[in-house]
Design a protein around this ligand. Structure first.
Ligand code: SAM
Length: 255
């Protein structure tokens, strides 16, 4: 069933209806060729998800009556923030799409010493808007209750600061020969640092990786350096592995 994330102001308590507007109205009317009486799911992306029945369609907006409040049970119990050093090309779009499908709560793009892509602040707003749209579409496709937040690009120092707000912060480092991811997850769970409602930040370097200096700075700032195994993963693969392993260990896939 089609699903749309709507801003809270498009939920109308007095009439127990919602209005679907803009691109979503176009998609519903023109692409899906919806008719009066058809049902779709609408979410405010925070704490409310409803089944609605279309009552009126016109070019720019669709009105639908709320017929049922739905359970919000599609989100992971732990909030995972993927901190990704800006990769080349459109890899960030892939990371956002796949990370959203798997269940990431936030994406924190950042710049590090070996970030190759030229960062242009003027293009930031447009790019973040495009990334946020990708997150919304991936969240709709994945039947999530929430759309992950795409934050603005951080400098390295700003990321180290931001990470202090997470309950656990890991930096993925292929040269880490001590701490493997699985025991790191298990000891954090045992210590109560990972449990429902907690935030876990997973940082991944660019194509050229992190410098030793950056790893040292990250550890001084409270990160733990973790290995994702003996193979070198592409920058766009690493966060997916970390995210999936964490969810496996926290029971998102059962057990
Ligand atoms: N230094 C790597 C090399 O020799 O090709 C390049 C970095 S790798 C392509 C990109 C990022 O993915 C790294 O900065 C790291 O964050 C993460 N990564 C890749 N493989 C990893 C592994 N086995 N363990 C931990 N992190 C890994």
């Amino acid at each position: 069933m089609q699903r749309y994330f709507l801003p809270p102001e498009q939920f109308h308590a007095a009439t127990q209806t919602v209005t679907i507007e803009g691109d979503d109205a176009h998609h519903l009317g023109r692409v899906m060729r919806a008719e009066v009486g058809d049902k779709v799911i609408c979410s405010n992306g925070v704490d409310r998800e409803v089944l609605v029945r279309i009552s009126h369609l016109d070019k720019g907006a669709v009105t639908a009556e709320i017929v049922e409040e739905l359970a919000m049970d599609a989100e992971a119990s732990v909030d995972v923030w993927i901190a990704q050093s800006l990769p080349k090309g459109d890899k960030m779009e892939l990371i956002i799409q796949k990370g959203t499908e798997i269940g990431a709560a936030r994406f924190l793009p950042f710049l590090s010493e070996r970030t190759i892509v030229q960062y242009d602040a003027k293009k930031e707003a447009k790019r973040t808007e495009r990334w946020q749209k990708i997150a919304k579409e991936a969240a709709e496709q994945a039947h999530r209750n929430r759309v992950p937040q795409i934050e603005s690009v951080y400098s390295w120092k700003q990321l180290l600061q931001r990470a202090k707000e997470a309950d656990v912060a890991w930096i993925c480092y292929e040269k880490e020969d001590g701490q493997q991811l699985k025991p790191a997850i298990q000891s954090a769970i045992a210590a109560g640092q990972i449990e429902p409602g907690k935030q876990v930040l997973i940082a991944v370097g660019p194509e050229g990786g992190f410098t030793e200096q950056e790893i040292k700075q990250a550890e001084e700032a409270g990160f733990r350096s973790v290995s994702l195994g003996n193979r070198i993963l592409r920058t766009e693969t690493a966060a997916m592995v970390g995210l999936t392993c964490l969810f496996y260990e926290t029971g998102e896939m059962g057990g």
